[in-house]
Write a protein that binds this ligand. Structure first.
Ligand code: ATR
Length: 261
């Protein structure tokens, strides 16, 4: 049995096991995917050591271990280096390879739920300057967008912008953006904020699926893109990395929606 899983704290409500198990079952693989909740960074490193010794094929990594995942790796993809974090560890021959598939997940979510949006050359504003914002900024810059970040702590936005070669946004920039991505850990306030009539709003979180940010956008008639599409979008390349096959056709979004209630 090939064992993979997701590591985070807390982890009980993660939808990753549901998604990967549905793919594993449909593909008929002799494999399992578990949720691991290391209590602290030392316990996370112990889990990685088990993986390194062959007990695991790979691990998805979520908060608060994404930076630690990068630090424990022997090999780091260019994307993970740019993001400053990893959401995927692959164990092979005693070595640990780190990658970040969050950006790919974000682009897949946009393609799925805002297919009319072309970001190349267009102004995009990312709210936040943490790890999530960094992954979004790297992916959108890679797609040719004109990316700027807006953050409560300006110094953090400046560091992110400097690292990725993007701009720090003025608050008014939100009103010009073709796409606004919420990468804050707290809901942003957009009541009374002017937005383009063709703006797309995206949220990187999915609890609730329709966040206050997306609900406000929808009330204004805007196209909104949810974090569940991104979660499934980042899971796909993870599954490929675990098993060297495409995720099979199965309605994982419907399964996840049923679980979210
Ligand atoms: P993650 O890795 O998920 O991005 P993080 O690094 O803790 O998490 O980043 C959280 C983001 O949410 C930051 O941009 C943070 O702003 P600061 O850099 O100023 O701390 C933002 N954030 C969290 N709570 C906030 C609040 N109440 N108002 C505005 N921004 C908030």
């Amino acid at each position: 049995t090939t064992l993979s899983g997701v590591a985070g704290q807390p982890i009980a409500h993660s939808l990753s096991p549901l998604i990967h198990r549905a793919w594993i079952k449909t593909a008929g693989l002799n494999a399992d995917y578990r949720a691991f909740g290391p209590a602290d960074e030392a316990a996370f490193e112990a889990l990685v050591a088990e993986g390194r010794s062959g007990a695991l094929r790979g691990l998805n990594v979520t908060a608060p271990f994404k930076a630690a995942a990068l630090a424990v790796a022997d090999e780091v993809s260019e994307t993970a280096r740019l993001c400053g974090s990893a959401n995927l560890l692959i164990f092979e021959g005693g070595r640990v390879r780190a990658d970040s598939t969050d950006g790919e997940g974000l682009m897949a979510a946009l393609a799925e739920q805002a297919s009319e949006l072309a970001v190349a050359g267009r102004p995009v504003v990312i709210l936040g300057a943490g790890g999530a914002a960094r992954a979004a900024a790297a992916a959108l810059k890679g797609a040719g967008a004109d990316v700027a970040v807006l953050n409560r702590t300006v110094e953090r936005a400046e560091v992110l912008a400097g690292d990725l070669g993007i701009r720090v946004a003025a608050p008014e920039a939100v009103g010009e953006a073709a796409l606004v991505v919420n990468a804050l850990s707290a809901p942003p306030e957009i009541d009374g904020v002017s937005l383009r009539s063709d703006a797309v709003l995206m949220d990187m979180t999915y609890r609730p699926l329709l966040t206050p940010f997306l609900a406000a956008g929808r009330a204004r008639g805007l196209t909104v893109v949810d974090g569940l599409a991104m979660l499934i979008g980042q899971a796909r390349p993870s599954f490929r990395a675990f098993f060297d096959i495409e995720p099979p056709a199965v309605e994982v979004r419907a399964l996840a929606l049923a679980e979210l209630g």
